[in-house]
Design a protein around this ligand. Structure first.
Ligand code: BES
Ligand code: MN
Ligand code: ZN
Length: 496
């Protein structure tokens, strides 16, 4: 889909479906009133008759409104003006996307400034609307014989904004598009089944991605090279799998060689059976999504490269399956991580931290300004926070606060849990430097406590995205989170 910007009067628009808003009860927006006058009261007559009240997300498609060149007008309800907020905005844009999709309209024209609420400027609305409409186009039907509903006929969406705002809105459209493209890549990789999306496939996709951008280079280490680097913890997870593990590094160089990069480290378990500590069968298929952290690293780097940002970013993706097998790691086995610290593996299903600890040590080699790891790490984060925010913990106050703020700005929210030293005691092992599990209590925090032992040399934050990376049930599928949050953070660090 193509996104355009323009600044013209609504009543003079020709062609594109005009999207106009109605507040409850039955109050047309200023642009709606202009169109209403041009149509000699056609819209207000409909409202008066009760065809539309203006409830949040309600839509009414009108054809051949008299006095207008535009063939269609879509009225969309905003609810009560005083109730509007970020979530209402999202619902309105999604309702518009759905109504346009079922209409056959090829072009549509939106007036984002009509959706008024406190705290968000026009650029925010344009960026969010672009991203949401872009996401609305997303389909994952490449593995179905019957592709279902035809690809949308909607070709272009125009954001109609005041002339003086056009400059900053142009950047907002670019950001919204880049984020939605990054999210699509993340969702595709997440949605692909584990028999397609193997560690080797992830490495190939990273290489493929780098072909599109001069500033992006990819390097892939195989198991022999990981062994040379003494990544005993990562390799212990791969031991039970016939699919060879890969350590994928993506280097985006948009700034000078001396500029410290931001490092993103993404958990890439392409399928998590639990290993010898085998998971129960219920919904185990969803463990194909256990590489969504990795997928969000690729998606974010795509967005950053697409925006050609003047910043350095390194992505590190440890990719492996977690399988039960005669060669698999067993509960009680002790391994030595790249850092030299030894780990008693009491539960092979706590494998995410085992691959991340070596990847985090490896990431230190790039002298990063900040390291953010992204992982579908614990079921416990869903117990603590549900599926609304991702969990965040870390060792740097400013980094965490900045990430929380970026999450709010991107409407991709995160919530902090306390990473206090008190919890470290739970990782005590009788036989090694630490155990890989910390018991039933505070499972999300003890997982982060484990990672904290490998991240002392730099500013670090950990995002537990087990609750937010995908949806279960009827809309089962990857969400593309936290690409919006991470892209926002990198944009901010790049100074735009
Ligand atoms: N990939 C899972 C975490 C997970 C569970 C994500 C459910 C989404 C939904 C992770 O590898 C895992 O198995 N974690 C264990 C840790 C436990 C053994 C300490 C968990 O959460 O049960
Ligand atoms: Mn697991
Ligand atoms: Zn896992």
């Amino acid at each position: 889909m193509e996104f355009k910007l323009k600044s013209t009067a609504p009543e003079s628009a020709s062609g594109a479906c005009q999207v106009l808003t109605v507040n409850q009860p039955r109050k047309l927006s200023p642009n709606g009133q202009k169109v209403d006058r041009a149509s000699k009261g056609h819209l207000s007559a409909l409202l008066k008759r009760g065809d539309m009240d203006g409830k949040l997300g309600q839509t009414l498609m009108l054809h051949d409104v008299p006095g207008l060149k535009a063939r269609r007008v879509l009225l969309v309800g905003l609810g009560k003006a005083s109730d509007m907020n970020e979530r209402g905005f999202g619902r309105v844009i999604n309702a518009i996307a759905a109504a346009l999709k079922s209409s056959g309209a090829r072009d549509a024209e939106l007036y984002p400034d009509e959706i008024v609420f406190k705290g968000r400027d026009l650029a925010w609305k344009v960026r969010q609307a672009t991203m949401l409409l872009g996401n609305g186009e997303y389909r994952f039907d490449r593995l179905k014989s019957d592709k279902g509903d035809k690809p949308g006929v909607l070709r272009a969406v125009t954001m109609n904004v005041a002339k003086r705002d056009a400059g900053k809105c142009r950047q907002a459209v670019a950001e919204g598009e880049a984020i939605s493209q990054g999210m699509s890549l993340t969702r595709d990789l997440g949605n692909l089944p584990a028999n397609v999306c193997t560690p080797t496939y992830l490495a190939k996709q990273a290489r493929e991605l780098s072909k599109g951008y001069k500033k992006l280079k990819v390097n892939v280490l195989d198991e022999a090279e990981m062994k040379r680097l003494k990544m005993g913890s990562l390799l212990s997870v791969a031991a039970g799998s016939r699919q060879p593990a890969k350590l994928i590094t993506l280097e985006y160089r948009g700034a000078g060689a001396k500029d410290q990069p931001i490092a993103l480290v993404g958990k890439g378990v392409t399928f998590d059976t639990g290993g010898i500590s085998l998971k129960p069968g219920l919904a185990m298929d969803e463990m194909k999504f256990d590489m969504c952290g990795a997928a969000s690293v690729l998606g974010t780097i795509k967005a950053v490269a697409e925006l050609d940002l003047a910043i350095n970013v390194v992505g590190v993706v440890p990719a492996t399956e977690n399988m039960p097998d005669g060669q698999a790691t067993k509960p009680g086995d002790i391994v030595t991580s790249m850092s030299g610290q030894t780990i008693e593996i009491l539960n092979t299903d706590a494998e995410g931290r085992l691959i991340l600890c070596d990847a985090l040590t490896y990431a230190g080699k790039f002298k990063p300004s900040h390291v953010i790891d992204i992982a579908t790490l614990t079921g416990a984060v869903i117990v603590a926070l549900g599926k609304v925010p991702s969990g965040v913990m870390g060792n740097d106050r400013r980094l965490i606060d900045t990430l929380v703020k970026c999450g709010q700005e991107a409407d991709d929210r995160i919530w902090e849990l306390p990473l206090w030293d008190d919890y470290q005691d739970q990782l005590k092992s009788n036989f090694a430097d630490m155990a890989n599990i910390g018991g039933r209590d505070a499972g999300t925090i003890t997982a982060a406590c484990f990672l904290a032992r490998f991240t002392k040399e730099y500013k670090w934050a950990h995002l537990d995205i087990a609750g937010t990376a995908w949806k279960s049930g009827d809309d089962k599928g990857a969400t593309g989170r936290p690409v919006p949050l991470l892209t926002r953070f990198i944009l901010r660090q790049a100074g735009s």
